[in-house]
Design a protein around this ligand. Structure first.
Ligand SMILES: Nc1ncnc2c1ncn2[C@@H]1O[C@H](COP(=O)(O)OP(=O)(O)OP(=O)(O)O)[C@@H](O)[C@H]1O
Ligand SMILES: [Mg+2]
Length: 381
């Protein structure tokens, strides 16, 4: 995934965080010079480089890193004892170990009880450079922790910088994208580099898909026999409603004869009726009929032979919402992965998504979901 590929390895790989980097460098040099420093509490919005900056710092300083994720309750007990042991060890070799406690705001339990109390105790006794990371810090749970730390806020990356960065990545990846599209992604991201990168690749995935759809549309209209028409959309990942939109848009391009056109629309509207029943009653067994009508049916409307070249068009209706489609593509791929595990079709998963979502989000690894897919499930309405 693109965010893994471009995970900053060195501090110089990070964009838009110069001020924070400078503070961290001074802090780190002091440690190296044998002057212990207060633990740092790095906080701020998602996807701006908090976890990355901690790793990059350890890397640039040639420090070992010891990282735990505080919101991982599976090893809550372990967290506390490992942390205590590691942090209070004075290193015999003299080399320092950076202790990173990520997502401290995700700690279970109340202030003083459970995790937070343990962390406070550890950092008071710590002899190792320690960085704590959180999205939110002004919450009751963390009240006793704040005074023990040097708090550094990490802001979202400025739009101007983000645009430049996205452009660079697009160039490296051979992604063809216009400046206004880059601007739109940067605007929407609100300084979240991770989500901007995901959006950048979503436009490509969507475009690849689009090529398949053009091919399928051509196959329906130019089919020599029903079987060819019927199978046109088999390996194309769009839902039945979209399929109809695509065919509908292109009927007037393909059929000039009024009779043919009328016939083709007729089949299409019957397909649409079936689609309505499919979505309303979840009768997926009807899908075969709907597809048959919108492909083989539409193809059969042709009476004259056609060899003219037709430039197929993108549905006007969809043009206005291409980003929604990009995210839709991600959602569909998530549903397919979940379906594989649950032995359901992706469509069945989608229809039950609100119901089963809490279970899925508890264990997204089980379904092999990528970050973008998890997000699309979270935001599904
Ligand atoms: N400042 C940045 N410069 C370059 N890439 C960045 C930056 N911030 C984030 N990224 C990209 O986003 C990905 C995620 O960043 P990271 O995990 O550091 O974010 P985070 O602030 O820890 O987010 P969260 O609060 O969700 O944990 C990185 O792998 C990288 O590709
Ligand atoms: Mg993080």
């Amino acid at each position: 995934m693109i965010v893994d590929k471009y995970r900053p390895k060195n501090l110089s790989d990070l964009v838009g965080q110069e001020a924070v980097i400078e503070r961290l460098k001074i802090w780190a040099r002091n440690w190296d010079d044998g002057i212990p420093q207060k633990p740092i509490l790095l906080y701020g919005r998602p996807g701006c480089g908090k976890t990355s900056i901690a790793h990059a710092l350890a890397n640039d300083m040639n420090w070992e890193i010891f990282e735990i994720n505080a919101s991982d309750t599976r090893n809550k007990g372990a967290i506390e004892s490992i942390l205590a042991n590691t942090a209070t060890q004075s290193t015999l070799t003299g080399s320092l170990k950076l202790i990173v406690v990520d997502e401290v705001d995700g700690l279970a339990g109340q202030e003083d009880r459970g995790g937070v109390g343990a962390i406070v105790k550890v950092i008071q006794e710590s002899r190792q450079p320690t960085i704590l990371i959180a999205n939110q810090v002004y919450i009751q749970k963390l009240k006793s922790l704040l005074p023990e730390t040097e708090m550094i806020e990490m802001k979202g990356v400025e739009k101007r910088i983000l645009r430049k960065y996205l452009k660079q990545i697009a160039e490296k990846e051979g992604i063809q994208i216009s400046d206004p599209q880059i601007d739109e992604i940067a605007d929407r991201s609100n300084g979240d580099v991770r989500s901007a990168l995901i959006d950048l690749t979503a436009t490509v995935t969507y475009r690849d898909r689009e090529k398949d759809v053009y091919r399928a549309v051509a196959q329906v209209f130019k089919a020599q026999d029903y079987q060819a028409a019927r199978s046109a959309f088999w390996d194309v990942d769009i839902d039945p409603d979209m399929q109809i939109l695509w065919i509908e848009e292109n009927i007037p391009n393909e059929y000039q004869n009024k009779e043919e056109m009328k016939q083709a629309y007729e089949y299409l509207s019957r397909a649409d009726v079936f689609n309505g029943r499919i979505t309303n009653r979840q009768s997926w067994n009807l899908l075969r009929y709907a597809t048959e009508l919108s492909t083989a049916g539409v193809a059969s409307a042709r009476k004259s032979s056609s060899s003219k070249f037709v430039k197929y068009k993108f549905p006007t209706y969809l043009q206005k919402m291409s980003y929604t489609i990009a995210s839709r593509a991600i959602l569909i791929s998530a549903c397919r992965k979940i379906g594989e595990r649950m032995h359901l079709s992706s469509k069945e998963v989608l229809s039950q998504l609100r119901l089963i979502r809490p279970f899925i989000l508890k264990n997204p690894e089980f379904y092999k979901l990528e970050e973008s897919e998890i997000k699309s499930i979270q935001s599904y309405r």
